[in-house]
Write a protein that binds this ligand. Structure first.
Ligand SMILES: Nc1ncnc2c1ncn2[C@@H]1O[C@H](COP(=O)(O)OP(=O)(O)O)[C@@H](O)[C@H]1O
Ligand SMILES: [Mg+2]
Length: 342
């Protein structure tokens, strides 16, 4: 691989696909490894044979050479199923996923869609996601729970074989897709999901043709608006709790702001409030992060995250199923009272 060319690649994709540091270390150690190096994997991805979609699909956005293969492979299902007709721009390249602004097929009811393309699983940061997976079944590509009695599957996961790693990757992505589906159906402020493929999720795009909605972390809110949006954020946290879910990575970085409205995003680590033994810690941290942002915008009701956590925990997690169902109807009522008012 031509190093000079690599260096010209845009930064996100540069560190996404080619970890030069790691290659250097491996080389120095001279260690024999039966596994392919990242560079070899990138190379094989860029082989012409692997280019299933390239040339066939229009992209106004010009991906770099190494990005192109992965991008078009990941989105080929969405082109084929006629959800999208073009990739217009990269909204953001991240460590775990990159998000692209796409043109929707005419008649779909929206002009733009966001495609979240997960980075190749080989390169995904092996971040500590064990805490979130506890108490969650494995989801297969059809979005259904795998059976604990599927010994082949469970063994592969335990052994971390290629197949096992792929199964975990699929499950991670399917949790994000299923959560968006569930939350959208019950009226949460999340993007509507349209389709899912092996490596990508297609959903409502927040923003316009020029720019994507910024994350709340970069928005300067006036106190009145901040108060309203805090209450709206907490309505979503409660709505999730009613259904046994905790976001797990909630903060002003995973809330988008556009035309006065907020949208919660980024759900692969969604955790079960009942089945996860760490759920209190996870909920507490979500609420602390949300409160810290809103308190800095002058929202008094956000000054006591511990009180809020205690209240919500008692209300939603310590309850039995029956009271939980009753709580769903009370949620609407409380919303009118607005307990998050200063
Ligand atoms: N539906 C969307 N519409 C517009 N921009 C989005 C959308 N989803 C994600 N983004 C942008 O892409 C970034 C990364 O998406 P996110 O789901 O948070 O993945 P991660 O943080 O794991 O990389 C977000 O911070 C946001 O800027
Ligand atoms: Mg994020």
């Amino acid at each position: 691989m031509n190093l000079k060319y690599q260096m010209d690649l845009d930064d996100d994709y540069n560190d996404l696909f080619v970890d030069r540091q790691e290659r250097r270390v491996r080389k120095q150690k001279g260690k024999h490894s039966p596994k392919k190096t990242q560079a070899e994997i990138v190379q094989s991805l860029a082989e012409p044979d692997a280019l299933e979609g390239e040339g066939k699909y229009v992209t106004t956005y010009q991906p770099s050479k190494y990005e192109a293969t992965w991008l078009l492979q990941s989105l080929s299902d969405f082109y084929r199923q006629e959800f999208i007709t073009d990739v217009l721009a990269m909204v953001r390249g991240g460590k775990e996923a990159s998000v692209y602004r796409c043109a929707a097929r005419p008649g779909l009811g929206t002009d733009l869609l966001a495609a979240k393309v997960y980075r190749p699983r080989q390169f995904r940061q092996l971040r500590n996601d064990k805490m979130y997976r506890e108490g969650r079944a494995i989801l297969t590509a059809d979005g259904k729970e795998a059976k604990e009695t599927d010994h082949r599957l469970m063994r592969a996961i335990g052994k971390k074989s290629d197949f096992g790693v792929q199964v975990e990757h699929t499950s991670w992505l399917m949790y994000e897709f299923n959560t968006l589906k569930t939350l959208h159906a019950i009226g949460a402020a999340v993007p509507k999901p349209y389709a899912v493929a092996e490596n990508a999720i297609l959903m409502d795009y927040i923003g316009d043709t020029e720019m994507a909605g910024p994350t709340l972390s970069t928005v300067e809110l006036q106190r009145d608006e901040a108060r309203e949006l805090f209450a709206e954020t907490m309505r979503n946290v409660e709505l999730m709790l009613v259904h046994g879910m905790i976001h797990g990575d909630l903060s002003a970085y995973n809330i988008l702001y556009w035309e006065g409205k907020i949208t919660l995003i980024d759900f692969p680590q969604v955790s079960s409030s009942y089945a996860n033994s760490q759920s209190h810690f996870i909920l507490k941290r979500d609420i602390e992060r949300v409160c810290s942002y809103f308190a800095s915008k002058g929202v008094k009701a956000a000054q006591n995250p511990d009180d809020i956590t205690r209240r919500l925990w008692k209300r939603y997690v310590e309850l039995d199923a029956e009271s939980r169902a009753a709580d769903l109807s009370r949620l609407e009522y409380r919303r009118e009272e607005n307990e998050y008012d200063d």
